[in-house]
Design a protein around this ligand. Structure first.
Ligand SMILES: Cc1ncc(COP(=O)(O)O)c(C=O)c1O
Length: 379
């Protein structure tokens, strides 16, 4: 068995090296170069979206998307309380205010039944996050968005290739963003992408991404608006193209990991997995479990410590947005109580989830969990 099993690592098993070497040998290492457009085209086609814009990471993808959607100061954006901090920060970076909604106790995604109560005349958009690889209940979110004339931006940083009622993330919202960080199901090291079917939003994405250089006409170095340099490099895109060429294979490996964990641990009391909605294909970016100490016999922290001693890396889950000092200072309403987020944060952990985990490695991890549970004194 490996001496150390990391919680995640990239899997670069296709033409990544060949394409990167092509960039180096030809000198095309900036954002100019054929791989950026090729990657955008292939990823858009994979997701079933009309337009894709590559950017340097998933955080700026969110910021760029919000700017292109016209979100700014005075606006409110509904986000899940249980998410990675980038979701909230991107909203703050536009000058708008993130408004938090607790997670659903089974899917851990935004609890759609709580959204309407937080809509005000200032609400402009709903920003659902497909947590750990599972799309949200997008039909329900769409019904609310239509009723209140809101835009939907899906943060699909964790859910490349996930499917909701026959459609992939990237084609479920007005705009969708992805991250290609090294631990993601598809990676470019650092990287991101914004997808949309709306041509006018697409043009704004291109415009703001590149310092508001005019999209047409001569380069006279006059800039009408304040923009950003969020460009993806050709080297990032070279890796991305090789990844997307094998996207379904990489996805199948993550799903297989989840099936193995769930089957090996199914009879262990006190272990809860994320529940997947019917009609949804979860791509299991991460395999997270909640540990109920009274049933499992040991606490989450004791389990993490035990696994660490056995060379098995784990991680804590996100801390709720309502607990973030940065967001409190920014002026967000952090007063509410979010019981599901509390439970996820206090009892959850990520198990190793890399695409290239073998069945024997997952068996070893599960055997350690089971053996540790058996050392507990159950009363
Ligand atoms: C839900 C979510 N949103 C946004 C991001 C930000 O992506 P990046 O790290 O590429 O900036 C992440 C990254 O892990 C994420 O999990």
């Amino acid at each position: 068995m490996n001496s150390f099993i990391p919680v995640c690592e990239p899997y670069l098993a296709g033409k990544e090296k060949e394409y990167v070497m092509d960039c180096l040998e030809t000198g095309w290492i900036s954002s100019a170069g054929k791989y950026v457009t090729a990657f955008e085209k292939e990823f858009a086609a994979y997701c079933g979206a009309s337009y894709a814009v590559g950017v340097c990471n998933g955080t700026v993808a969110l910021h760029l998307a919000l700017v292109a959607m016209g979100i700014g100061k005075g606006d409110e954006v509904i986000i899940p309380n249980f998410t990675m901090i980038a979701t909230a920060f991107a909203v703050c970076q536009t000058g708008a205010m993130p408004v938090f909604i607790d997670a659903d106790p089974d899917t851990w995604n935004i609890d759609v039944s709580l959204i309407e109560a937080k809509i005000t005349p200032r609400t402009k958009a709903i920003l659902p996050v497909s947590i750990f690889g599972q799309p949200c209940d997008m039909d329900a979110i769409q019904r609310i968005a239509s009723k209140y004339k809101l835009l939907i931006l899906e943060d699909a940083a964790e859910s490349h290739g996930a499917v909701y009622k026959g459609r992939k993330t990237g084609n479920l919202a007005d705009v969708t963003t992805f991250s290609f960080f090294a631990n993601k199901n598809l990676t470019t090291g650092e990287g991101g992408m914004v997808l949309t079917n709306d041509e006018s939003i697409y043009k704004k994405l291109l415009y703001y991404k590149n310092l508001c250089f005019p999209l047409e006409g001569p380069r006279n170095y006059l800039h009408e608006d304040i923009g950003f340099n969020y460009r993806m490099t050709n080297i990032q895109a070279a890796i991305g193209l090789a990844q997307v060429e094998r996207a379904d294979y990489y996805k199948s490996l993550r799903i297989q990991n989840a099936q193995r964990y769930q089957s090996f641990l199914q009879d262990i009391p006190g272990i809860q997995f994320q529940q997947t909605l019917p009609d949804v294909e979860n791509v299991f970016w991460m395999n997270a479990i909640l540990v109920d100490e009274s049933a499992f016999g040991k606490s989450r922290d004791e389990l993490m410590q035990h696994l660490k001693q056995k060379g098995i890396d784990t991680r804590l889950l996100f801390v709720g947005m309502n607990h973030q000092p940065s967001l409190r200072k920014y002026g967000c309403d952090t007063e509410g109580y979010y019981p599901v987020t509390e439970q996820l944060t206090k009892t959850g952990l990520y198990l190793p989830s890399a695409s290239n985990l073998s069945e024997a490695t997952i068996r070893f991890i599960c055997d350690e969990i089971i053996a540790f549970s058996k050392t507990a004194v159950h009363v």
